[in-house]
Design a binder for this molecule. Structure first.
Ligand code: TXA
Ligand code: MG
Length: 320
């Protein structure tokens, strides 16, 4: 039953909980993207996640928990960290905090760092799975390392079909873009990855500006932020105002009517939330159209636009 897509009903979620406890991998939906989950306290299971994704072992994983109660026995939560969880948990905010020496979470999850990334997902299936497994679940996005994240069960099966014991199918994920990753390890909070919680919303709660990783300089780097990521086979041409008929087009808002090989508009009405939800599926679809180049029209950089532009820049980055 390797890689079987199953409906995310109560029976299968219960079974998936058993599978996690037995050391198997389970793919499951969250409000952001699908995750490839393993018992975070089982080093062998976590190692299988790295192998399945083809992920460099220096790139740590996010641990999914039901809430703060489960999180505080894994990592150290400052008053600021607690304040953020009160506002944003459950939800798409991942906090990187110091790891507690007493935690049972495998060191492989942290890739040898003295820190751990935690998030409490806000999707009923993810939450029921956490209850069924009775374990914190380490889960990266359920795609092969460097590929576009999976927002539906079929994309998980196409990328990782053989390695998940089951894929819990609850349809497309509602938000479609990964969580925001914020480090609370240093003197000031640092945005390691823009994501579904806009950085402005975090700044409103903290009452201070958060440092972008690009501004934090060499001394602080997020191990997962490889420049080329989310890489489709097609080349991306960003900020396109016009295009050739042989190019595919990824549009946002009202776009010029020029003939093109294939066109997808992320949000004709210019809604960034809708655009984020559609981004990865659209990239996969245009990539599958076989176009050599995808022309991408400009996306504003505020709110969710920061994360959308981050993913587009990585998808467009030169590959090595
Ligand atoms: O929305 C999401 O966050 C999804 C769902 C499944 O929860 N997960 C996800 O995981 O996107 P992944 O592994 O694709 O991305 C996790 C990011 C990586 O950039 C990783 O380097 C960073 O979080 N990260 C994890 N632990 C870290 C740590 N201890 N220090 C710094 N960065 C960390
Ligand atoms: Mg990922």
């Amino acid at each position: 039953m390797q890689g079987r897509i199953v409906p995310a009903n109560a029976e299968w979620i219960e079974e998936a909980g058993h599978l996690i406890r037995s050391g198997a991998l389970v793919a499951f939906p969250t409000e952001t993207v699908y995750g490839l989950g393993a018992d975070a306290t089982n080093g062998e299971a976590v190692a299988r996640v790295f192998a399945a994704k083809g992920r460099p072992s220096f790139n740590p994983l996010i641990v999914h928990v039901l809430g703060l109660e489960q999180a505080v026995i894994i990592g150290s939560f400052s008053p600021m960290a607690r304040r953020l969880t009160e506002t944003f948990w459950p939800g798409p905010l991942t906090l990187v905090v110091p790891r507690l020496e007493t935690t049972e979470v495998s060191e492989l999850v942290s890739a040898g760092l003295p820190t751990v990334a935690l998030r409490s997902p806000d999707h009923p299936v993810a939450r029921q799975l956490l209850k069924a497994a009775q374990r914190p679940i380490a889960a990266p996005s359920a795609n092969r390392s460097g590929h576009i994240s999976a927002t539906c069960a079929e994309h998980v099966a196409a990328d990782l079909g053989e390695s998940a014991a089951v894929i819990l199918d609850a349809g497309p994920t509602p938000r479609g873009l990964e969580s925001t990753v914020l480090s609370l390890v240093g003197a000031a909070p640092v945005l390691l990855r823009p994501g579904t919680v806009p950085s402005e919303a975090i700044e409103d709660i903290l009452g201070e500006k958060i440092v972008r990783i690009s501004e934090a300089g060499e001394r602080l780097t997020s191990p997962g932020q490889l420049q080329s990521h989310y890489a489709p086979k097609s080349k991306l041409r960003l900020n396109a105002k016009a295009w050739e008929p042989h190019e595919a087009v990824l549009g946002f808002g009202s776009i010029a009517e020029c003939p093109s090989q294939a066109t997808i508009n992320l949000s004709p009405s210019g809604d960034l939330i809708e655009a984020a939800a559609n981004l990865f599926a659209a990239l996969r679809k245009l990539d599958a159209s076989g176009a050599e180049t995808i022309a991408v029209t400009p996306v504003p950089s505020y709110g969710l636009g920061e994360a959308i532009n981050d993913r587009l820049a990585r998808a467009a980055a030169p590959r090595d």
